[in-house]
Write a protein that binds this ligand. Sequence first.
Ligand code: UD1
Length: 448
Amino acid sequence: MADARPFHWEFVPEPVTREVFRIEGGVPLRGEVPISGSKNAALKMLAAATLTGERCRFTNVPEIEDVRVMAETLRDLGVVVDHPAPNTYEIASGDVEWLFVPLEAAAKMRASFILLGPLLARFGRVIISNPGGDRIGRRPVDLHVEAMRTLGATIEYRNGYYFATAPGRLRGTEVRFPFVSVMGTENILLAATLADGHTVIRPAAKEPEVDDLILFLQKMGADVERTYEDTIEVRGQRRLRGAEHHVIPDRIEAGTFAVAGAVTGGEVTLTGAPCEHMTAFLEVLDRAGVSARCEGDRIEIDGRGLGDGAFRAVDIRTAAYPGLPTDIQPPTSVLLTQANGDSRVHEAIFEDRLEWLTELNRMGARIDIADNQHATIHGRTPLHGTEAEIGDLRAGASLILAALAADGESTIHGAHHVQRGYENIERKFADLGARIARLEEGTISTTS
Ligand code: UD1
């Protein structure tokens, strides 16, 4: 029987290998780039595999740091996690030994909190650390906790940990969120698959990664359905079975490479891309004058813009799906530095996701940050190489984009943030002709 593990409060972070990206900008990118599996879908599915003792198999899992952290976290619980081939994971949760998700896991990755739902539903208790993740505002988990309580869980918060119990089974009920939360929806969805009775989740997140999770749960034998656009209904089962699933492609990675093609004035074809999940972003590209042609799972980006390499200014506002994803706002902001005129950016999902724009200003951009949700990008400004520090995943990828578009050399510190969510990013850029290398800090001065 699984047990709660005795734990210690002191947390000493593991040392991170300090690596930098060294980039020589100004090369138009050309060629094809394969899009990897979705980070935000894969992480939830690996967690969902703990809902059953039977073996689950996943393909098209991105080889990224966050997946590695989730795999290690599961192994620490006693789950068998095999990695038989690149991008393939197999998970068997027959003998879960510990019901404890420590701060070590949570501090590295906010998505570790997704283990609350499945572990609580299957084992009736779990101790889980308050999560960390990207430094982009407060990012609380109160919605997850409150919703889990409505399913009958008792949850206490002490010393940075949630102590959750649900003797017997969780009870199906109506869960009403005050506003849409992606992981909140997913946590309740996972818990409800093993709850006693019928659960209605409303408003449920509409993100394609949530639908991919639903598809996987259905393969496991769960009775889950999106009955309306913003409503998911679940009829809880006593047991679920093992299943296989091929993870959907990553629409944020696809958007990042699309911007790379555009800002370098290149021609880049994204292969295996989820065109149907990128409508809002493709509309922004269209309004900006970037040609993006979708054919099946290929998107051809022509970054020649309005003729002189410039684009049109566009006002953007992030929103829950199907709106413009907050994760694609930073790359889009880089594109808008190359647009003629003023573009207004409204970041409506997270606080403090505009702070990194000051780094873009250091590269020659002219951006006024009015408050933590509003900025104006005055274009068009040539960018120049610089030394910059990455603060979070999406801002990090965007600094790389800016450095690729810039004249001269850039050194971008904090490469580990980008490896959390992008598979082989420097190799993919190099294959498109970029002059980019990932180097250990100590070797910077000696390697060109
Ligand atoms: C997920 C994605 C992230 C993406 C975000 C929005 C994963 C692992 N991450 O994050 O890449 O940027 O969706 O599309 O899938 N909130 C609360 N209380 C809560 C939960 C959320 O106040 O309990 C707030 C957040 O601070 C934010 C908003 O709700 O302002 C939306 O956040 P949410 O949709 O929950 O984002 P995540 O699921 O954490």
